[in-house]
Write a new protein. Structure first.
Ligand SMILES: CC(C)(COP(=O)(O)OP(=O)(O)OC[C@H]1O[C@@H](n2cnc3c(N)ncnc32)[C@H](O)[C@@H]1OP(=O)(O)O)[C@@H](O)C(=O)NCCC(=O)NCCS
Length: 182
């Protein structure tokens, strides 16, 4: 099925648009069978970015990314103030906070044949562009310490660790904050 995208990412095969609650593609979304991947799948299938699902209190924007004929992944994000220039900093700046992100299993680790990087890294480049447009200092996210694949992906994209904490929402979950200045 050819999808109708609203944005094309320059010099890549990637496109995107605001995710639509009524899109049945969301019901078929899957991104792996590890517990954190199931958590992501359930979030996007439940349209969790509305702020009404899965202990996710804030409404956020959600972008659906894809090629001309397939869904590549989803990113839910909000613009939010964070301490600057690190978590211990006294100042505050706006960041594009990536609340949840997941790539369809078949596109994980795959380089875009029409671009220069993996689809995941191309998505970060586009998020950086959006963050710049929104006058943010950078991108920000929190990830489970045990999620080695996601952490490797973030570090390759240029994110720097910004301290660790125990999640107040998920008992026992050790988390790491990451930020990427633009
Ligand atoms: C996290 C996610 C978005 C990253 O996308 P991706 O396409 O897999 O990312 P990339 O391939 O660009 O980067 C992953 C890197 O981790 C490496 N890697 C793969 N499995 C790994 C593992 N178990 N431990 C450490 N590194 C790993 C890959 O080799 C790759 O590095 P390389 O480019 O040097 O080869 C995607 O894997 C995903 O959706 N996972 C399920 C949901 C999820 O965990 N979301 C994030 C929650 S915060």
């Amino acid at each position: 099925m050819i999808r109708e995208w609203t944005h094309a990412v320059a010099n890549t095969g990637l496109h995107y648009r605001e995710a639509d609650f009524g899109d049945s593609a969301l019901d078929e979304f899957e991104c792996g069978d590890e517990p954190h991947a199931i958590e992501m799948r359930d979030f996007f299938q439940a349209r969790g970015w509305s702020g009404k699902a899965l202990n996710f209190p804030r409404p956020s924007r959600c972008l659906q990314f894809g090629t001309l004929d397939a869904i590549v992944g989803y990113v839910a994000f909000v613009i939010q103030e964070r301490p600057y220039p690190t978590f211990k900093g006294k100042k505050k700046r706006d960041y594009l906070l990536i609340a949840q992100m997941a790539i369809v299993t078949g596109f994980q680790g795959i380089r875009d044949p029409d671009g220069t990087a993996t689809y995941a890294r191309e998505i970060f480049d586009e998020l950086k562009r959006i963050a710049q447009q929104e006058k943010c200092a950078g991108l920000y996210l929190n990830v489970r310490k045990e999620n080695g694949k996601a952490r490797a992906c973030y570090e390759k994209a240029g994110f720097k660790a910004d301290g660790e904490y125990l999640s107040p929402h998920m008992p026992g979950a050790e988390m790491i904050r990451y930020r990427l200045e633009i």
